[in-house]
Design a protein around this ligand. Structure first.
Ligand code: IPM
Ligand code: MG
Length: 395
């Protein structure tokens, strides 16, 4: 298969983790006989430095000409938020890209990997019930894209962000939610704040209407404050969550904490036609940028989602996901998911960590994943089904 990928590393750790994701994409292309043309463009503060714009025309053109976009992270240090290079950087770059290409839904999977309960911040008996969910976030409505206004009224400063939903926007998100649930455990939780917000009432009504087309999927409504609590108390109850832009932003960070780190979670923003932008939901993490310690997994898994959703390469996507899972099970840990042995020395619930954990940097983690990719078709694989499809794909 021949395809072009626009790669926009952005700022902060974006550059470091993107380098690693590109290594993995190139390796997979080689292994499975594809030709991916990778063209790099500028976004965020990096683009501002070169072009004086957070999203220059050159970058938009590059994306337009490509079959998919692999995005890193944008944004500056909090302390420099008001400098021209960083002011409104996220709004101008990533939000403009979402709007320009009509990326109406955003998929954010979160799961605790087998054998990885020790790095989850929640209790082992809660994790043991199984944490494997997908948040479907509406991406073009809500306060994100409403009118923003600030000023002074009667001598008092005010600021306002208008939040609106149309039934079409809700319907698009609802269909994505139901379709995703159909491919999983067939349970959809629609999250809103219908006890207070008018837009949430419309949301709830439209989701219910759409549900008649998916009688095989169980639908439940949940208020967002309760959902935040349930995500921590009993995340096993969730299969697919569908929710509005702002609630999805917040809840997806909460769900991403469950596996142990935002650095383990990927996301896919999609149009109706399969064109997509794939990015880690974590930020540019300027505090650790340039140190070679950032976790590349979120970026690598975002590349896997790109292969799955934009190119339809399910086997290749699964190969990457499996290699990531195995490298974690083999004990490779970047610092965000490393459990300090000194802290666990007296903790009898974590006896194995002493033997299995290996602290690695950004590059070392990728090396481990590439090594697992290389080994995937070894005879000892526990996942025979996938091995078969891997072998077939190589022919
Ligand atoms: C995300 C991010 C963005 C968002 C920011 C950077 C604008 O937090 O993708 O979750 O709020 O959508
Ligand atoms: Mg966010």
């Amino acid at each position: 298969m021949q395809r072009t990928i626009a790669v926009l590393p952005g700022d902060g750790i974006g550059r470091e983790v993107m380098r690693e994701a590109v290594r993995v994409v190139k390796y997979v292309a080689d292994k499975f006989g594809h030709e991916f043309k990778i063209s790099e463009g500028y976004a965020g503060g990096a683009a501002y430095e070169k072009y004086g714009s957070h999203l220059p025309k050159e970058t938009l053109d590059l994306c337009q000409e490509s079959d998919a976009i692999l995005f890193g992270s944008v944004g500056g240090p909090i302390s420099e938020m008001n400098e021209p290079k960083w002011k409104d950087c996220e709004r101008n770059s990533i939000l403009t890209l979402r709007k320009h290409f009509n990326f109406a839904v955003n998929l954010r999977p979160a799961k605790v990997y087998p054998g990885m309960a020790s790095i989850s911040p929640i209790r082992a008996d809660i994790v043991a019930k199984g944490v494997d969910m997908l948040i479907v976030r509406e991406l073009l409505g809500d306060a994100y894209f409403g009118r923003h206004e600030e000023g002074v009224r009667d001598g008092v400063r005010f600021a306002q962000d208008e939040s609106e939903y149309t039934e079409d926007q809700v319907r698009t998100a609802a269909h994505a939610g139901f379709k995703s649930a159909r491919l999983r455990r067939k349970k959809l939780t629609s999250v809103d704040k219908a006890n207070v917000l008018t837009a949430s009432r419309l949301w709830r009504t439209v989701v219910k209407e759409v549900s008649s087309e998916y009688p095989d999927v169980e639908l439940e409504d949940m208020l967002v404050d309760n959902c935040a609590m349930q995500l921590i108390k009993d995340p096993s109850q969730f299969d697919v969550i569908v929710t509005s832009n702002m609630f999805g932003d917040i809840l997806s960070d909460a769900s991403a904490a469950l596996p142990g780190s935002l650095g383990l979670c990927a996301s896919a923003s999609l149009t109706d036609g399969g064109f997509g932008l794939f990015e880690p939901p974590g930020g540019s993490a300027q505090d650790i940028a340039g140190k070679g310690v950032a976790n590349p997994i979120a970026q690598i898994l975002s590349a896997a989602l790109l292969l799955r959703y934009s190119f339809g390469l399910e086997t290749e996507a699964q190969a990457i996901e499996e290699a990531v899972e195995r490298s974690l099970q083999a004990g490779y840990r970047t610092s965000d998911i490393y459990v300090n042995l000194d802290d666990t020395a007296n903790d009898t619930s974590k006896p194995l960590l002493r033997w299995t954990e290996k602290l690695v940097g950004t590059e070392g983690m990728t090396d481990a994943i590439l090594a697992e990719l290389e080994n995937l078709d070894s005879k000892n694989s526990p996942k025979k089904g996938k091995e078969k499809s891997l072998a077939q794909a190589k022919k």
